[in-house]
Design a protein around this ligand. Structure first.
Ligand SMILES: N[C@@H](CCC(=O)N[C@@H](CS)C(=O)NCC(=O)O)C(=O)O
Length: 229
């Protein structure tokens, strides 16, 4: 099977699909397109005009990162979803929470004013607390279910990584209150499959994106040229 993953370079949902493919050691072609210049061939295969799209043998186009990750998991061994149906249901329930987690934990990246930024930061404790509770129930780590990496880990990794990037731009300091979540984030960052680009290069790309967004955090990011001097 030939896999082509259509992407915006810094998209966390693409990253989730790429992680699933890397966890399976599947070879795939990465096709990066520009958010502001989406080609017609892409618009024709992406119902919501969003990335990721996974093309199969240049004929079938799958969309939605969770559907793609599940497809990859169902068709390429070894299985990442837990075998036990109860655990699989718990994993799926927490996977369904990812969009809420994402918007609450990385909302600061879109806050226009200092006031908006402060309000966005105040929203982080709730999802962090909920995940800390889930991790306590699940086991001893380092991954969501314990020693065995699962699909749910692939879904959270991009957003925990972005929280750490935001924390590096302007100190937020929330993660240390949630030791299990912190250990999980560290384990996910240390896992090679998390990374589509060399980590330092990718962090720089993320910072550049926020700088260019003209949001509250932009002022805390030095321009690339200035940083290199
Ligand atoms: N629920 C979708 C979200 C994908 C998504 O929001 N992708 C963003 C880029 S990170 C996108 O394509 N945005 C373009 C748009 O909304 O028009 C998934 O999980 O795949």
């Amino acid at each position: 099977m030939k896999y082509q993953l259509i992407s915006f370079k810094t998209c966390p949902w693409v990253q989730r699909a790429a992680i699933a493919l890397r966890e399976k050691n599947a070879t795939f072609d990465f096709t990066h397109i520009e958010p502001n210049n989406r080609p017609d061939w892409f618009l024709a295969i992406s119902p919501h005009k969003k990335v990721p799209v996974l093309r199969l043998d240049d004929t079938i186009s799958l969309f939605e990162s969770n559907a793609i990750a599940e497809y990859v998991d169902e068709t390429i061994a070894p299985r990442l979803a837990p075998e036990d149906p109860v655990q699989r249901a718990i994993n799926r329930a927490w996977t369904d929470y990812i969009p809420t987690f994402a918007s609450q934990v990385t909302g600061a990246a879109y806050a226009k004013t200092e006031e908006d930024y402060t309000a966005a930061i105040a929203k982080i404790d709730e999802p962090f607390g909920r995940l800390e509770g889930a991790l306590e129930k699940q086991g001893s780590g380092p991954y969501f279910n314990g020693a065995r990496y699962a699909l749910v880990d692939a879904g959270y990794a991009p957003f925990l990584q972005r929280y750490l990037y935001l924390d590096g731009i302007r100190k937020i300091g929330k993660l240390k209150k949630y030791p299990r979540l912190q250990a999980w984030a560290n384990a996910l960052i240390a896992r090679p499959s998390t990374h589509s680009f060399p980590p330092a290069e990718f962090e720089q790309m993320y910072r550049e994106q926020i700088r260019g967004r003209g949001v509250h955090l932009s002022q805390f990011i030095e321009a690339r040229a200035a940083a290199a001097e």
